[in-house]
Ligand binder design. Structure first.
Ligand code: NDP
Length: 450
């Protein structure tokens, strides 16, 4: 049995219930095979066995008091996965589905993603099963403060620098930063995604969505194509989806869908971005409100999705931008997208496509940007925020945006070149995984068995 297969099987035996982690691991390891087969030093140095075990996993209790005066408890996590390339870096997710498995898959992906950005960042991820939905402003603040009351002792601007993810935006980062400062008596760049007046970077809020569109643009340009005038389908309506839609408009495309956990909207006139921002960023309401206010939009609730399939992917489009959550696009969805002529998929969310859908996209040779490459713009701009904090400087919107564009184009070029080395120029899953892995593995070998 080959080295890669042996480690996959060992992980399956050791973590049989960690289905997301195993899914991410298989996708990555399968595509590393040709690189691993060429280099016996990886096995000699037990790189894969070391890579799959986090350097440190922290699980902790998060007690807080709700508005009725009742004590509540949630589970908190921070997984400091790999620091070969720099301080642990990766977001915090607050969502009821969060468990060790989800945080492990996200942290594992993050190692290679951060490597691809070319910035010095290791991989980590954290979060809680706390559900921010329906909570008052005060409850959110009390929860964030309690979460940070434990987390603060494990993080630092040169140790571990968390950021946002699902359910954690500027508001939550603000409350956590306030508590960190109070407990540590330090004002430093320990979190990214901070407010613009107190250490945040311009473009950080927009970065993941903009980056995913820049990546799609780079993939299409390489084939003499563009997004201009093209119909696009976007899922989600949070941070990543909103700024994907904004950049699509800037490049002359027409995004016609958005979704949330309760349903989706199809607006053939094109999504009204100002209305979407008002409903989601300010009023924090369901997308149903969009269809009530914009008559050209059709709203379909999740309960009416045929066979439970995400309706976003049934709308014919040139390019698709899955930007909500993991496994939101399955094999049947991928088949339907291809049947309807979809030419490009750029993953804004982490692991939004099932393994079968990913394999179909790769085999079909359309432009397919895997998450760790296509959505790396967020963490890359977090890296730029860290650089500004460390040098006490503030860069303009145009400066950060230009750096983001350059990084995204660089990631595409690096992934494509690497794929080419293996005779599979269009397979960016293989290219991104191998390009990200090589750098981490080399650093681990050079730093010894630690
Ligand atoms: P947000 O919390 O801002 O938005 C998430 C969106 O996805 C919301 O519209 C939410 O609906 C929807 N959603 C969440 N869970 C589900 C679910 N189980 N089923 C259907 N819809 C769901 O998060 P982000 O936009 O920040 O993150 C979206 C994705 O992008 C995640 O996979 C995240 O890991 C990834 N990502 C984010 C980065 C960032 O910088 N923020 C960086 C890189 C990747 P509702 O409003 O109803 O909850």
């Amino acid at each position: 049995m080959g080295y890669v297969q042996r480690v996959i099987e060992e992980c399956e035996a050791k973590f049989p219930h960690q289905v997301y982690f195993l899914q991410a691991l298989k996708e990555i390891f399968e595509s590393l095979k040709p690189e691993i087969d060429r280099n016996p030093s990886y096995e000699k140095n037990a790189i894969l066995e070391r890579l799959v075990v986090p350097e440190r996993s922290i699980a902790f209790r998060v007690p807080w008091i709700d508005d009725e005066g009742r004590a509540r408890v949630n589970q908190g996590y921070r997984i400091e996965f790999n620091s070969a390339l720099g301080p642990y870096k990766g977001g915090l997710r607050f969502h009821p589905s969060v468990n060790e498995d989800v945080i492990k898959f996200l942290g594992f992906e993050q190692i290679l993603k951060n490597s691809l950005t070319t910035l010095n960042m290791g991989g980590g991820k954290g979060g809680s099963d706390f559900d921010p939905k329906g909570k008052s402003e005060n409850e959110i603040m009390r929860f964030c403060q309690s979460f940070m009351s434990e987390l603060y002792r494990h993080i630092g601007d040169r140790t571990d620098v968390p950021a946002g993810d699902i359910g954690v935006g500027g508001r939550e980062v603000g409350y956590m930063f306030g508590q960190y400062k109070r407990l540590s008596n330090r004002f430093d760049g320990v979190l990214t995604g901070k407010g613009l007046k107190w250490g945040g970077s311009l473009v950080r809020k927009e970065a993941t969505g903009y980056g995913s569109v820049y990546f799609a643009q780079a993939m299409l340009e390489a084939r003499g194509e563009s997004l201009e005038g093209k119909i696009c389908c976007v899922s989600g309506s949070g941070n990543v989806a909103i700024y994907t839609i904004e950049k699509l408009y800037a490049l002359g495309a027409k995004p016609v869908t958005a979704s949330d956990s309760r349903g989706m909207i199809y607006d053939a006139e094109g999504i009204d971005l100002a209305l979407l921002k008002e409903i989601k960023e300010n009023r924090r309401e369901s997308l149903q409100a969009y269809a009530q206010e914009k008559k050209s939009a059709i709203y379909t609730p999740v309960s009416e999705y045929p066979q439970g399939r995400n309706q976003v992917w049934s709308i014919p489009c040139f390019a698709a931008f899955p930007s909500a959550t993991q496994n939101e696009l399955n094999l049947a969805d991928a088949q339907e997208l291809l049947k309807n002529g979809c030419q490009c998929v750029s993953e804004g969310a982490n692991m939004p496509c099932t393994l079968e859908a990913t394999n179909l996209f790769v085999d079909s040779k359309i432009c397919y940007g895997p998450a760790k490459a296509a959505n790396a713009g967020g963490v890359a701009t977090s890296g730029l925020e860290m650089a500004q904090n460390a040098s006490m400087s503030i860069w303009s919107f145009e400066e950060v945006d230009a750096k983001l564009l350059k990084i995204m184009r660089g990631i595409f070029a690096h992934a494509q070149e690497t794929a080419k080395e293996f005779g599979q120029e269009q397979n960016l899953v293989l290219g991104a995984n191998i390009a990200g892995f090589r750098k981490v593995a080399m650093a681990m070998i050079e730093q010894g068995v630690v």
